[in-house]
Design a protein around this ligand. Structure first.
Ligand code: GTP
Ligand code: MG
Length: 195
């Protein structure tokens, strides 16, 4: 997709703050620091519109980005960040849960995992949780540039086995560094947003 316009809209904590123009939404879920914000930036070809950082826990609210007045990307805070307090974690959980379960405009959840490592316990729980509630999922294995091409398939196999990946879902190998997987992911996103 050609991105002509991309803008940050709001950093929301409560449902009343979510945009009300009924555009389809694509949410990103994944471990803190896995590369969710970088993935958005790569997809929309903007260097740093979605805030990225080498410090985990950068994204703390639901950050809405409107693309071409057609869709929203919703950057969701990452899970599994050790330095977050119990209270914060509980608040985070409630916010995400509510958003993922109740948001009518949510068309697809991109579950972002790191291709280099087997998915974590939290990744597995998130994948199971999303399936349990029948949310549409696409798994994105990112940071592919960090391992040699000759080992990609082996790593994909580990990701699939660890997640207990279901064939009806799609899995995209991705790199925000090189742009690998960008076109494939856009076409999947469009298949969910142009119904
Ligand atoms: P939180 O907002 O804390 O949940 O993190 P995040 O998932 O948004 O991660 P972010 O996009 O901020 O990226 C974390 C770090 O990984 C940054 O230093 C990025 O430059 C780096 N990174 C992200 N994606 C890639 C990738 O595909 N390849 C490489 N080599 N580095 C990446
Ligand atoms: Mg982020």
């Amino acid at each position: 997709m050609k991105v002509n316009q991309a803008e940050f809209v709001i950093s929301a904590v409560r449902p009343e703050q979510y945009p009300d123009d009924a555009l389809p939404e694509i949410a990103l879920a994944g471990r803190s620091n896995v590369g969710k914000s970088s993935l958005i930036n790569r997809l929309i070809a903007r260097k740093n519109l979605a805030r990225t950082s080498s410090t985990p826990g950068k994204t703390q609210h639901l950050n809405y980005y409107r693309i071409n007045d057609e869709i929203y990307f919703v950057d969701v805070p990452g899970y599994g960040y050790a330095k977050v307090s119990k209270t914060q974690r509980a608040e985070w959980g409630a916010m995400i849960e509510r958003y993922m379960l109740e948001r009518v405009g949510l068309k697809l959840v991109l579950l972002v995992v790191d291709l280099r490592h087997p998915p974590s316990k939290d990744d597995i729980s998130m994948y199971e949780w999303l399936q349990h509630y029948n949310r549409p999922i696409c798994v994105v294995a990112t940071k592919a540039d960090k391992i040699p091409r000759s080992r990609w398939q082996k790593h994909i196999k580990v990701v699939k086995e660890t997640l207990n990946f279901r064939q009806e879902h799609q899995l995209v190998m991705f790199s925000s560094e090189t742009g690998m997987g960008k076109d494939e992911l856009w076409s999947i996103i469009q298949s969910y947003t142009h119904e």
